[in-house]
Write a protein that binds this ligand. Sequence first.
Ligand code: FAD
Length: 290
Amino acid sequence: MFIRDLLQTKPVTFSCELFPPKAGTDLARADEVVEQTARLKPDFISVTYGASGNTSHNTLRMARRIEENGCTALAHLTCVSASRSDVAVRLDAMQQSGVQNVLALRGDLPEGETKPADACFQHANELVEAIRAHGEFCIGGACYPEGHVESASQEEDIANLKRKVEAGCDFLTTQMFFDNNVLYRFLYKLYAKGITVPVLAGIMPVTNKKQMTRIIRLSGTSLPPRFQNILDRFGDDSAAMEQAGIAYATEQIIDLVANGVRGVHLYTMNRPDIAGRIASNLSHILGKDA
Ligand code: FAD
């Protein structure tokens, strides 16, 4: 099923993100994570993609498993290290596996790696064009409510985002954010610039302080004082942090839906138990029988 059709018909969508195992490792555990996540009946499940492409077959394998479990899959694809023929091979493989939805990303070169000589994409808008030219896919793109770390200003980032949408994105998914007002301000700016495709709000339930500190540093996401207080108070007590993180994400989603946001994408970090507790807290709000 094309995600763009789901987004048109459902009042609110709830989706989950998973990451694939490193090449050859722990495929059985990955299958379990897919099965447990699919049991939550999200509208779709996405699978991330290693920027250098060396776990790409596991992304596709996991996407196939998602479809086999009766759920719509969204396979991420990055282009920073890819040639045109690499991209064509991956899109062909997706089509052969029945995966119809792709999140088109530039990605970041892993530290210490240099761009291969035949890598030919500079930005995600070029990948979106290549996917459109390749065949019938529903295409998503990434967006950044606080601006992408490389952009000189949010205005510049939104102008680039517009190019990406005009290249053929059907929808956008945001980077995580912890202050909903940041998202609301961003959505107004997109609307003012004529970006009207659906925007799914990326929500990260923070259940582990150490992991979070690194992610926040890399992504440049700001922490509102209310959230910082939670991290300071409960960050060293894993059980308490987990409860607080689930409660915070739950509250964020309630506020988003109450304010008219029509898609929530949960960064599950491969924790279907945590995604399940959030879905269960929101069963009536998201229209799911958890
Ligand atoms: P782009 O859209 O190319 O933007 C990158 C920067 O370039 C921005 O500053 C933008 O303003 C600028 N820019 C864009 N187009 C142009 C242009 N035409 N000319 C000049 N400047 C331009 N990474 C992974 O490795 N694997 C994943 O699976 C993955 N999934 C993600 C999912 C989501 C929802 C998000 C938000 C991010 C994800 N990332 C993933 C991280 C992402 O790859 C990085 O944030 C990366 O730095 C930017 O990717 P992009 O597709 O947004 O790039």
